[in-house]
Design a protein around this ligand. Structure first.
Ligand code: ATP
Ligand code: MG
Length: 429
């Protein structure tokens, strides 16, 4: 993509309304723009990251055997009356009426919707286990939307729903998602700690929130120092070991009952990027979603739900990966892999080399943002550092004459002068 043809409205000044670094950088890098409180436009650069995050989430859900569907954003109120949640949900739910005066709502989540799909088609335990998911916009009229996309009112969520015949099956489905979540966050370069979470009135101990440690996080978290020694970033995932280690958010943490001795208890702030939840027959019972078992008896199906905040993750990633000059994207979610900088588009030699590199990078399928604009060099570098592409390939007039370009790593700031061929080999290899 040529920057001269792109839409990248970067801001030179820090926007006054942004309290945390990810919000500030997303606005400054022209990734998002606020339309109303907690409601954002995703501009080209931000949208590319959102899509990358979404795709990683999708691939790991698919790998875990979940099936992608798409449920609507608008749902009928009557469906939510069946579970009793239409009245329980309160003001967070955006309620609307259609032209026939029928009550509708903009979905804050989809348990009722997916249970309705299930009950219309599934009859036998032989059709289980089943896990259906979608990646869809949600609306929750949060009391305090803030921190940009981290706590929005409209936000993109991946929500999966598992259906099993019995508790043992539901537990397997839960653990399957537990592993898929760690793999998902790991692929983005994030270490998310699974923490015991409030499991609500249904009880049982199967509810975990996945928290990324960050000083700007909204949750107060407590965890065993053993997590720091574990390599959550790679290696085998041992669900048993991880669920046995103590980690909890302040909603669940009880100092009097905490099993971790004080010298081993760590505390900090966390960003909740995912939440998994076993809730048994909470929806299947009132909504009549049943299956016939091997003994011929009909039982309500055992369910769980599994959410990931896809749009929140974009902010959380920036909280985890930035420095004083801007964003430092991990390769897996970077909007472009390479920023190709032509320092002198007015010089024929320099432009010929930069154009040629651009053509070759494109041909090799390397996602490249090509700065072919007339801006000053200083401003070009500042923009590249701000938007945080993993690699910067710099073509200047002096180098062009002797056949050298400069390859810079955004993360390590390491610079190397190379022949154009070697630089290409590094970026395409
Ligand atoms: P929170 O405790 O942050 O309000 P929640 O417990 O209400 O979240 P869930 O219903 O578990 O959220 O939703 C699944 C995921 O969706 C959360 O883990 C979070 O990553 C994301 N999410 C929830 N609310 C928002 C929001 N207002 N803006 C952006 N992402 C959100
Ligand atoms: Mg939650």
């Amino acid at each position: 993509m040529r920057l001269s043809r792109y839409f990248l409205p970067v801001l030179k000044e820090d926007p006054a309304e942004a309290e945390i670094v990810s919000h500030r950088l997303m606005l400054r890098a022209g990734m998002i723009q606020q339309l109303a409180a907690g409601i954002y436009n995703w501009l080209p650069l931000g949208f590319r990251v959102l899509k990358k995050v979404e795709q990683i989430v999708r691939e790991e859900m698919d790998r875990a055997g979940a099936l992608e569907i798409l449920m609507p954003t608008i749902q009928p109120a009557d469906l939510w009356r069946e579970s009793g949640r239409y009245d329980d949900y309160g003001k967070e739910m955006l309620r609307v009426r259609d032209r026939h005066d029928r009550e509708m709502l903009y979905g804050p989540t989809n348990e009722e919707n997916v249970t309705d799909i299930f009950r219309r088609h599934v009859r036998s335990y032989r059709q289980l286990p089943l896990n259906l998911y979608h990646i869809q916009w949600k609306f929750r009229d949060e009391v305090r939307p803030r921190f940009g996309v981290m706590r929005g009112r409209e936000f993109l969520m991946k929500d999966a729903y598992s259906f099993d015949y019995d508790y043992a099956g539901a537990k397997r489905s839960y653990e399957n998602m537990f592993v898929a979540y760690l793999r998902t966050f790991r692929r983005m370069g994030l270490t998310a700690i699974p923490m015991q979470a409030e499991s609500g009135p249904i009880g049982g101990n199967m509810s975990h929130e996945f928290q990324i440690l960050a000083s700007t996080g909204e949750s107060q978290v407590y965890y065993d120092a053993a997590f720091e020694e574990l390599d959550l970033g790679s290696g085998e995932i041992d669900v048993e070991q991880l669920t046995n280690l103590y980690a909890a958010t302040d909603e669940k943490h009880d100092p009097a009952r905490c099993p971790v001795p004080p010298e081993r208890l760590r505390t900090g702030r966390g960003i909740e990027v995912g939440h998994i939840f076993y809730f048994g027959t909470k929806y299947s019972k009132p909504m009549g979603a049943t299956v016939t078992g091997p003994d011929g008896r009909e039982v309500p199906v055992e369910m769980g739900s599994y959410g990931i905040g896809v749009s929140r993750l974009v902010g959380a990633l920036i909280e985890a990966f930035h420095d004083e000059r801007g964003i430092v994207w991990p390769e897996a979610v970077a909007p472009f892999r390479v920023g190709l900088v032509n320092l002198r588009p007015d010089e024929a030699e320099c432009s010929r080399l930069a154009d040629d590199l651009y053509a070759k990078l494109r041909a090799a399928g390397v996602e490249t943002l090509y700065d072919d604009t007339e801006e000053r060099a200083g401003s070009k570098f500042a923009t590249m550092d701000l938007i945080g592409l993993p690699w910067q390939l710099v073509v200047g007039p002096r180098g062009a004459r002797v056949g050298l370009v400069e390859l810079r790593s955004r993360a390590t700031a390491e610079r190397q002068e190379l022949s154009p061929e070697s630089a290409l080999a590094r970026l395409t290899g």
